[in-house]
Write a protein that binds this ligand. Structure first.
Ligand code: SAH
Length: 380
């Protein structure tokens, strides 16, 4: 495709992460400070070592214990015998004509997930996956057609950030002018169905002595797992995005089947009570524009009524097609008219520019290649 650079690999230099010792050595990425303390205790070392290790892994991006000079040779050797600082493997890397980048990452069990980087003028957003595949089967989403699903571990989630940081050589963690300034959980999977691992990963992303992302620059996006929304608000207090997409239960039941479990009234109530939702901390409602399905002026007016009183902004997403998708994108005219109604009611409603379409990196297009092949083979 025009403007598309595709690089296979790199598999990277041989490291313990890919060798026979990999399964024996414990990956330290994704462990909490407490868990790392236990690792050092097991080696007869004091817990203050955790602070040093944290600095090397998350502030400096170092992967080899031999490159951590605050540890003497003996300790470096002990660590290398039983532990490692791993990265997911890069199975494929693509760069779009518009600067969007997409990684297909491979994990130890051979499963894969995608991570996308989206550069904008005032920020750079890393879109992270929380699961391999997704159980939700939203009708307009490509990821939902993937069969294999498992939760990603905290290490695999944080690993996506480390890979992107490696790519930009953004080590040590800069305070200003970061290429990766924001993280959104809008890749593959439903983050609130993998809550513990996502929460642990977010705590690592936010840790001021490491990756040091502010909670205002981290967005959890959910299709509406109502009981977990409150929990996430209490525990993590990050930005919240809701994949709304419909204004009646009848339609939302069809587009987002999770709605049958947690209907609109409960979802909206959870948003109303999301802690510290305020004008400076608005909730984002994502709304995919589907031609003739949810894009009428009646829908727009009902939407405004539905979210009235919630500090919110809308994110109108032109539907991104994928092979055999059952929907079409609304016309630009319909999207503009819809946005006008929402704007007039006082809500910012930018229309999201599709990014990275030439590499299938846009919302709802993510699906790992390993999953595409078996299906194609099946058809043959
Ligand atoms: N499960 C979470 C995280 C995925 S976020 C959630 O639902 O919020 C991915 C975002 O892209 C969601 O808002 C999703 O509804 C939207 N999306 C999915 N498929 C899409 C498509 N084909 N075109 C445009 N947006 C899509």
């Amino acid at each position: 495709m025009e403007g598309q650079i595709e690089k296979l690999g790199p598999k990277g230099p041989p490291s313990p992460a890919h060798g026979a010792t990999a399964t024996l050595a414990r990956d330290l990425v994704g462990l909490s400070r407490e868990e790392l303390g236990d690792v050092f205790a097991g080696l007869g070392e004091s817990p203050y070592r955790v602070k040093q290790l944290w600095h090397w892994i998350y502030h400096r991006g170092v992967r080899q214990f031999s490159e951590m000079p605050t540890f003497n040779k003996q300790l470096q050797g002990l660590l290398a015998e039983s532990c490692r600082v791993a990265r997911p493997e890069i199975h494929r890397f693509q760069e779009s004509a518009d600067g969007t980048r997409k990684w297909l990452l491979g994990f130890e069990d051979g499963t894969e997930a995608e991570t996308v980087y989206i550069p904008e003028t005032d920020r750079g957003t890393l879109c992270i996956s929380s699961q391999v595949g997704c159980t939700l089967t939203c009708r307009f989403c490509h990821t939902g057609t993937q069969r294999l699903v498992r939760n990603l571990t905290a290490g695999e989630i944080v690993g996506q950030m480390l890979i992107a940081r490696d790519h930009f050589k953004e080590w040590p963690s800069p305070k200003e002018g970061r290429r990766i300034s924001n993280v959104v959980f809008m890749g593959m999977g439903e983050p609130l169905y993998n809550y513990e691992n996502v929460a642990q990963a977010i705590r690592i992303l936010m840790d001021g002595e490491g990756l040091a992302l502010s909670k205002r620059r981290i967005t959890l996006s959910t299709a509406g797992v109502v009981p977990m929304i409150k929990r996430a608000g209490d525990d993590l207090d990050v930005q919240l995005a809701i994949s709304l997409h419909a204004t009646t239960d009848e339609l939302r039941d069809e587009l987002v089947p999770l709605n049958r479990k947690y209907p609109l009234s409960e979802l909206i109530e959870a948003c109303r009570t999301y802690p510290r939702a305020a004008n400076s901390r608005r909730i984002t409602f994502e709304y995919v524009m589907l031609k003739g399905v949810n894009d009428s002026l009646v829908d727009a007016k009902r939407l405004v009524k539905l979210i009235r009183g919630i500090p919110a902004k809308m994110n109108l997403i032109p539907f991104n097609p994928w092979p055999e998708a059952p929907y079409e994108c609304s016309t630009p005219k319909a999207i503009a008219a819809f946005a006008d109604v929402v704007n007039a009611a006082g809500y910012a409603s930018p229309v999201r520019q599709p990014r990275g379409q030439d590499i299938l990196a846009a919302c709802g297009q993510l699906k790992s290649a390993s999953q595409r092949q078996p299906k194609a083979a099946e058809r043959n």
